[in-house]
Write a protein that binds this ligand. Structure first.
Ligand code: UDP
Length: 331
């Protein structure tokens, strides 16, 4: 039997894709999720699954021992930037306190290896582009701050207790599993590509574009979009990496290419063959103008290189999921 790993937040967007890839590669993932934002239907039926909050430390510790877990993948977090600005308590309590509880449960169970889902939000408004991993970190919202705090905690756990960890700083994850059977389904949905496809194309509604006076080539914010299957692949590589490296480190995961909101809208029109209506509205709080990754370090250390990197490819993959499942997992 393959290696037994725990996937915290395995019913969420990124966690459910990593779970599928782990199964495909012969691992034995055990999923926990508190289902506040995740979907039970996103977890394969064959996969051991427990509805559990990270803050239930004793239960978690028992589970880790019973299931003979060797490594933990940690995706269980809230991830809405604007909500984090309005309700920081929610973000620190879940994202930071929840992680501390997980780390303590791991310590009680003698597990020392963790792959953590971090974010480009740790950089805030970057001083240079593309952003290298050693770029200063100045988050501009509580979400980014919560991810950075966890990275710091992981480094301290390495120094004090010998914990090994890789924090993967995702840029803008998008797309869906190759068969279009799982994909992005946030409630409320706030991410650009699903909103364009669900509201703009399927419902024919007008898409609000948050700001057109940013210092970018067309005035709309620029992001580095990265396919979910490329992200998932990086987690498998990080698992191999931790088998041979006693470190607490972090890598950027992006395409090293930026697209503006308007470019994403245009590419979506091209992929779907539908005209998308949009209007410019005020900027969204906490949004930086431009985020583009330098991902050379992930290539050097993990051997990771994105494969599905054109914008059209990524949108087509997301479109396959939304077209087949207009109600998401609710159907
Ligand atoms: N965006 C927009 N309209 C929307 C949703 C998003 O203009 O309805 C913009 C948002 O301001 C940002 C970009 O799209 O510049 C990507 O936003 P998303 O929420 O997908 O990811 P983020 O970069 O915030 O993690």
């Amino acid at each position: 039997m393959g290696k037994r790993v725990l996937v915290c937040g395995g019913a969420g967007y990124i966690g459910s894709h990593v779970t599928r890839l782990l199964i495909e590669r012969g691992y034995y993932p055990v999923v926990i999720d508190n289902l506040t934002t995740g979907h039970r239907a996103a977890v394969p039926i064959s996969c051991p699954y427990y509805q559990l909050d990270l803050r239930c430390q004793e239960l978690l510790s028992t589970l880790l021992k019973q299931e003979k877990i060797s490594t933990v993948f940690h995706f269980a977090a809230y991830s809405l930037v604007s909500e984090s600005v309005r309700n920081p308590y929610k973000y620190y309590a879940n994202n930071v306190q929840g992680t501390l509880s997980l780390l303590e449960a791991m310590r009680q169970s003698g597990i020392q290896s963790l792959i953590f889902s971090s974010s480009a939000a740790v950089y805030g408004n970057p001083g240079m582009l593309p952003i290298p991993e050693d770029h200063p970190t100045h988050p501009i919202n509580p979400y980014g701050e919560s991810k950075l705090l966890v990275e710091r905690i992981l480094r301290d756990y390495h120094t004090a207790y010998g914990f090994r960890s890789v924090a993967l700083r995702y840029f803008n994850a998008c797309g869906a599993w190759s068969d279009g059977e799982i994909g992005e389904d946030h409630r409320p949905e706030t991410h650009l590509i699903p909103l364009i496809l669900k509201r703009g194309v399927l419902a024919g509604e007008t898409l609000p574009i948050f700001g057109h006076d940013y210092p970018t080539h067309d005035g709309t914010p620029v992001r580095d979009y990265i396919h979910i299957s490329d992200l998932a692949e990086a987690h498998i590589l990080a698992l191999h990496y931790l088998e041979h490296h006693h470190v607490a480190t972090h890598f950027n995961l992006g395409n090293e290419r930026g697209y503006s909101v308007l470019q994403v809208v245009q590419a979506s029109q091209h992929v779907t063959g539908h005209q998308i209506k949009y209007e410019f509205v005020d900027r969204r709080q906490g949004d930086p103008a431009e985020l583009i990754a330098q991902s050379a370090t992930a290539l050097l250390h993990l051997g990771w290189k994105p494969e599905k990197s054109t914008l059209e490819e990524m949108i087509a993959s997301a479109w396959e999921w939304h077209r087949k499942h207009p109600e998401g997992f609710r159907a």
